[in-house]
Design a protein around this ligand. Structure first.
Ligand code: C2E
Ligand code: CA
Ligand code: CA
Ligand code: CA
Length: 275
């Protein structure tokens, strides 16, 4: 590229073109990736904060690309969102997660992330109803996680969709709580089942007394509203110790396990049931 170039600007060209090309490739490969099951959910444990008992798993999408290797959802979910393939991708993840979770013990649930595009473009309630019917997975064991970003562009439609989902009998979680703008307003507007306190607060527990105060207050508030509280990104024993007694109910993080493929999940589950 440099040989053809005329100046300083082109110094940046090769890498930029590389990112641009990769993005284009991921966008055009996504359809076959879904058909070939290269995109699949991994599962991360959620445990009861007091007993340490396994209570559920969060499904987190992974793409094993034949050429690029493992790709993070932070890279391919936005591409899927901008190309409307998020509808098919979202349905595939939901379907696989429900099919896998059907084999989990009856007290173990599964949480699946929904993106803005799924909430606002397709008929997500119809999709969820179809998937539950087709897999036979009980609605009561499924949690759908949304971030407050779904409320921003079309709040009325988002609220209607959430209401329809809830009437199917699934639980609705507000993800990444505390990172946005008017979180408290959203608590008033919808009957959330679960609230996930963002990792950024958990990271600072033990270092920053303000983070602890915030976690305590949020958990207390949620408790009064009858909302289950999950703390995410728990990496250290110290963070776990601090979270006991804050009113958080469930914790999730590398301390208990990283997101793992389904065969590893079965191994971990047998181990946890045996202990
Ligand atoms: P998220 O929903 O907030 O998921 C939590 C992220 O934190 C996951 O990253 C998880 O692997 C990571 N994590 C969990 N525990 C720890 C910890 O102790 N330490 C650290 N450093 N990280 C931890 P992941 O799997 O890369 O997913 C990133 C984001 O991509 C998710 O954030 C979610 O917004 C999105 N995503 C993942 N799967 C899906 C999906 O199936 N559909 C949609 N729409 N979005 C998804
Ligand atoms: Ca999530
Ligand atoms: Ca989160
Ligand atoms: Ca996040």
């Amino acid at each position: 590229a440099k040989a053809r170039g005329k100046g300083v600007v082109l110094e940046f060209e090769p890498r930029m073109r590389c990112d641009y090309e990769r993005r284009g490739r991921l966008e055009s490969d996504m359809k076959s990736a879904l058909a070939n099951e290269e995109i699949m959910p991994f599962y991360q444990m959620q445990v009861d904060v007091e007993s340490g008992e396994l209570v559920g798993f969060e499904a987190l999408a992974r793409w094993r690309h034949p050429e690029f290797g493992w790709i993070s959802p932070d890279e391919f979910i936005p591409i899927a969102e901008s190309s409307s393939q998020i509808i098919d991708l979202g349905r595939a993840i939901l379907w696989t997660a429900c099919r896998h979770a059907r084999d989990f013990p009856a007290h173990v649930g599964v949480s699946v992330n929904l993106s803005v595009g799924q909430m606002l473009r397709g008929d997500i309630a119809a999709t969820v109803a179809d998937v539950l019917a087709a897999t036979g997975f009980p609605a009561s064991r499924l949690t759908l996680e949304v971030t407050e970003s779904v409320m921003i562009s079309e709040p009325d439609r988002a609220m209607r969709m959430l209401g329809r989902l809830k009437r199917l009998g699934v639980s609705i979680a507000l993800d990444d709580f505390g990172t946005g703008y008017s979180a408290l307003g959203y608590l008033r507007q919808f009957d959330w089942d679960e609230l996930k306190i963002d990792k950024s607060f958990v990271d600072n527990l033990g270092r920053d007394p303000r983070s602890l105060s915030i976690v305590r207050s949020v958990a207390d508030l949620a408790g009064q509203l009858g909302i289950k509280v999950v703390a995410e990104g728990v990496e250290t024993v110290t963070q776990h110790e601090i979270l006991r007694g804050t009113g958080c109910n469930v914790i999730q993080g590398y301390l208990f396990g990283r997101p793992e493929p389904i065969d590893q999940v079965h191994v971990a589950m047998l181990r946890s049931l045996a202990s």
